[in-house]
Design a binder for this molecule. Structure first.
Ligand code: 6GU
Length: 241
């Protein structure tokens, strides 16, 4: 997968060198390029923003550098999918991560200040698929951290990135529910015991216990997730919990 990120703070994306994303890049599974939006300005001050049309506080990103960046990075015959992080976007969820993991080319446009001139998004949408995407109902300074989050969620779904493919399998098996708590050694730590069933070696009982913990956690912490499950998601044993 190829990924282009356009930002006025390329250093913000430095963590993409690290850990599993960095390893995926080294192994050629992921080809990430981070671009400085100011490289597409032409004035001595390398201006990317201006005051809002109609007045108001803050600054808006001018359209011209964005237009040139997209011209340089998007092949019209084979355009990328453009993602624009914004608190006004559609919620980013695991289902979107799954969808993005199958794309050959993603491009991210990181807005700063009070946002990007809307014509940038409208113009891009005439040439490529565009999704304005939000991490949740809170406001960040800009889209850079959102790109890190989205790329981490997407990269781990690309075949060959995760060492243990079984963990992805377990995840989808538990679709729509929160994970059960997990434990390791020692069996007793500061007087607290690992739940006995997990040490029993009884795999059917262990699976039942994990499933029950998932259901209870989800009911307590995210009742709206339980309510939104498809009708066949819970069997009789689940309902007994
Ligand atoms: Cl994706 N971007 C920004 N700037 N703020 C956010 C966000 C994204 N998601 C939540 N808040």
């Amino acid at each position: 997968m190829r990924v282009d990120v356009v930002t006025v703070f390329p250093q913000y994306l430095a963590p993409l060198e690290l850990s599993l994303i960095g390893r995926a890049r080294q192994r050629g599974i992921l080809d990430v390029a981070v671009h400085d939006l100011r490289d597409w300005t032409h004035d001595v001050h390398r201006t990317v923003d201006d005051s809002p049309a109609g007045g108001g506080a803050g600054m808006i990103m001018r359209p011209e550098p964005w237009g040139e960046a997209f011209d340089a990075l998007a092949d019209p015959a084979n355009p990328p999918r453009l993602l624009v992080p914004s608190p006004a976007g559609v919620p980013f969820r695991q289902a979107m991560a799954v969808e993005l993991a199958a794309e050959p080319h993603l491009m991210f446009a990181c807005g700063r200040y009070e946002g990007i001139d809307q014509r940038v998004i409208d113009h891009a949408a005439a040439h490529m698929p565009v999704t304005e995407v939000s991490l949740g109902d809170y406001v960040l300074f800009g889209g850079e951290v959102a790109v890190l989050v989205i790329l981490e969620a997407v990269t781990r779904l690309i075949p060959g990135v995760l060492g243990n493919a079984q963990s992805l399998d377990d995840e989808s098996h538990n679709a729509g529910l929160l994970e059960s708590p997990s434990y390791t050694k020692p069996a007793v730590w500061r007087g607290r015991e690992v739940p006995e069933v997990l040490l029993s070696g009884h795999h059917a009982r262990i699976e039942r216990w994990r499933r029950d913990q998932s259901l209870l956690r989800t009911a307590r912490r995210r009742p709206e997730l339980l309510a939104g499950l498809p009708p066949d998601a819970l069997d009789a044993a689940d309902r007994a919990t």
